[in-house]
Design a protein around this ligand. Sequence first.
Ligand code: PLP
Length: 402
Amino acid sequence: MIAQAISRRIARLHEAQTLGMAQRVRDLRAQGKDIVSLLLGEPDFPVPPLLQEAAIQAIREGHAPYPPVAGLPPLRETIAHYYHRTYGLPYTAAHVVVSNGSKQAIFNALLSLIEPGEEVLVPVPYWVSYLPLIQLAEGRPVLLRTDHTTDYKITPDQLEAALTPKSRVLILCSPSNPTGSTYTATELAALGEVLERHPQVWVLSDEIYELLRYEGQHVSPAQVPSLYERTVICNGFSKAFAMPGWRLGYLIAPKPIAEAATKVQGQTTAGANIIAQKAALAGLQSDLQTLIAPMVQAFRERRDLIYAYLSQHHPELRPYRPAGAFYFFLDVSAYFGRKTPADSPITSADDITEYLLQNGVAVVSGTGFGSERHIRISYAVALTAIQEGLHRMTQALRALAL
Ligand code: PLP
């Protein structure tokens, strides 16, 4: 009876696989098992002290009014100014809506842009929450598959072939979760040229890993002149400011979309936590590069170490050198058709993930990201854990018999 009470919209919704896996690791550890976790999608660094102090001061001020729905005006202004200064995009505070995490910003954008049944183009592999959010907004996801041959990026021809009169939004995520690949200015311009022939299509640009970049410059699709007026940028403070638990993100969009997103937010959660907003403001007003340099440097070193290791020991996993974020997306299909020492067949990334977990290393199966052939490992964990995790992975994979 109770199950029948759940709406179809919610009953169809999947739980995030990453969260399910994290729970299994907790359960196994509680049973005394030694598990190295390479699951995490959050930095293993504390919130920078400058932001901690700003948050403490905000608490001590003693006032906790409802914040304005779209965010504190100085924070919105500083975000607009940051994008203007850094990327030459002439945004003002009126284009910015601050939310409870960038996930909410993405959902606000989708709810504001799509009519039921309209198509949202999603490159595969994708971040785990895009499809459920599209589903909740009653859109129809159209998947654009990519592989290592294009560094997991879509091509203009592929985009052209997927577009229909019902297409409404193209989601781009650069640097990408799960692959770490990044689009160049030339590649975005080529996609922009295709979209010029389809003026009804918007770009939702997920830039949450924008500051976690280890080479080259971040480029936003909004910098392509023909796309500026139809790009919604979603970004946030969970990654570069290491404050995912403080839940703060934002979108930047042409004013009608920003106003629509504000309307959605006003009737759902209202404005985001004022303490987190004041902390983020202090961070954005400081010397940003200095603030995040230690974390970026640590991620770069880990990436280099893992890439060198995988290239030497695991060319069969087709390691791809990520330019940003903190993940490796590895093709495990070379092991399909083999058997574990306990004689269980390996036929999918889910099987490999389960087998690695039994061997003391937790990774995420690619299934939740749209790929049956991959696993994702995160390097938002200490170097010693990474080394031990890689060692266990190698031992386990070598024990798989033909
Ligand atoms: N987009 C991508 C690609 C992510 O990896 C994440 C978090 O893992 C988010 C958006 C959501 O971030 P938040 O809601 O914490 O700002």
